[in-house]
Design a binder for this molecule. Structure first.
Ligand code: URP
Ligand code: ZN
Ligand code: ZN
Length: 470
């Protein structure tokens, strides 16, 4: 089967040029100007941008969190991602307390098997460190799980000690894996949250009040120190504030291999969302919380300078009705997390590229290429090149619309981005050479997404490129 994508403007992290793309089976076979070939299918991309399918390395599907089960499973979550132009996700397998990593991997592979609509990888979340668990890490890496996440927050639940974080970092360095951290000081949070509740401050806005930037910055700095002692690379997930970014900038300026991700909610929303009437503000409860507006330009600046390398969605789907409502009387019981896999590229393109904050090539880098490189998926994923998977987005830069939950493809009853006006959207999405999205609808097949055995993170993890401070 041959597919010819004709007349588009190809955009990669490095270049923008006019070319036609010939796809043979699941891979790209030729990229040339004025390419003519008797293909089985020709896609007219004139007037459109053609860039690699998005790579979202921070999604949570089919998980139990905050005492409830996510609304999206591997089917609805990956269909939603695909309809927004993302063709690869990396989800999280959770080790259960006392359980092995092998068991967690088997459980999460079973969740994706036969269900995922696009290819997916898995990070492994370690919550319970022992000699046996450390000994399993090299075997996980052989299985293609080359990144491990640890929580510095969620005390008495998922949080690990500094010593355990250090031990996992050391082991991962030896195994060629990378550790990512949720950086918020869980001990401080515990006291701050209890303080608000004891004063009767139970509304959702106190979720944000109880998690000030200093709590995130302290944990970010501490994780960086621990990683330096372990001589290991470190990836900070969902970085939300200028103070935490400054810790990353200092470490990188000193040559430490520290990498960080932010999310659309921190770039495009600000803390006024917590002023919403009644319990509506629960729709924005995520950790770290959405920050004051002053942080947004610092984050965009970090993306421009290269101190922030990626934008993940942190897609965590808890419906307003029946799920967020669990915390009506106590904000600490609101399941943390907001959905965003489908809206990630719309928001980045409109608020980043069209507003002149980042270039088109930088957009492709932070949304597609850098995540693929950092997490061992490049060049199979994350670029448009001969031999790469034919995962691509034919992007209509003229399409303008207002984000509305009724038009999204996930299993949610709300989107935190409701009513936001955006310009630019996929007209066609291909995964491994097959059209999976067209005319506003998913047209792929259930279960065609395969588990990706990821390689060891690319060399970029072991050397911090020089970056200017924002
Ligand atoms: O609030 C969030 N971010 N929920 C998802 C879980 C996590 O901490 O990444
Ligand atoms: Zn987290
Ligand atoms: Zn997350």
């Amino acid at each position: 089967m041959y597919v010819l994508v004709k007349g588009g403007t190809v955009v990669t992290a490095a270049d923008t040029y006019a070319a036609d793309i010939l796809i043979q089976g699941p891979t790209i076979s030729r990229i040339e100007k004025d390419l003519n070939y008797p293909a089985d299918q020709v896609i007219d991309a004139s007037g459109k941008l053609v860039f690699p399918g998005g790579v979202d390395v921070h999604v949570h599907n089919d998980e139990v969190f905050g005492g409830t089960h996510s609304a999206d499973d591997f089917y609805s979550g990956t269909v939603a991602a695909a309809c927004g132009g993302t063709t690869t996700v990396v989800d999280f397998a959770y080790q259960s307390k006392g359980g092995s990593l092998a068991a967690a991997l088997g459980e999460w592979q079973a969740k994706g098997e036969g269900k995922a609509a696009i290819d997916y990888g898995l990070h492994m979340i370690i919550v319970d460190v022992s000699d046996e668990i450390l000994a399993e890490i090299p075997a996980m890496v052989e299985e293609g799980v080359t990144s491990f996440k640890m929580f510095m927050a969620y005390k008495n639940d998922l949080m690990v000690s500094d010593g355990d974080l250090f031990r996992v970092l050391q082991k991962c360095r030896q195994a060629g894996a990378v550790v990512s951290v949720h950086a918020e000081n869980g001990d401080l949070l515990d006291v701050l949250v209890k303080g608000h509740l004891s004063r009767g401050e139970t509304a959702p806005k106190y979720h944000a009040a109880s998690r000030p930037p200093a709590v995130e910055a302290e944990a970010t700095g501490r994780a960086i120190t621990i990683a330096r002692l372990a001589d290991a690379p470190l990836y900070i997930v969902h970085l939300s504030c200028a103070e935490a970014l400054s810790e990353v900038c200092h470490a990188r300026a000193a040559g430490q291999p520290v990498f960080a991700e932010t999310c659309p909610q921190y770039l495009c929303l600000d803390s006024r969302v917590y002023d919403a009437p009644g319990f509506e503000a629960a729709k924005f409860v995520c950790s770290p919380p959405i920050r004051d507006k002053r942080h947004q330009e610092a984050l965009w600046s970090g993306l421009r300078s290269g101190n922030l390398q990626t934008v993940g969605s942190d897609h965590s789907s808890f419906n307003f009705q029946g799920q967020k409502e669990l915390g009506r009387e106590d904000f600490s019981k609101i399941p943390n997390g907001i959905p965003g896999a489908e809206t990630r590229l719309y928001l980045l393109y409109t608020y980043g590229v069209l507003s002149g904050r980042i270039s088109l090539n930088r957009f492709v880098d932070i949304a597609c290429t850098a995540p693929a490189k950092l997490f061992g998926l490049f060049p199979k994923k994350g670029t448009i090149a001969v031999g790469s998977d034919a995962d691509m987005v034919i992007w209509d830069p003229k399409k303008e619309f207002t984000i509305a939950q009724r038009d999204l493809h996930n299993n949610m009853d709300y989107t935190p981005f409701e009513g936001m006006r955006v310009r630019g959207a996929p007209s066609t999405v291909l995964s491994k050479g097959e059209v999976i999205f067209r005319n506003g609808s998913f047209c792929g097949r259930v279960g065609t997404g395969e588990f990706l055995k990821r390689g060891r993170s690319s060399e970029s993890l072991n050397t911090a490129p020089p970056a200017s401070t924002p």
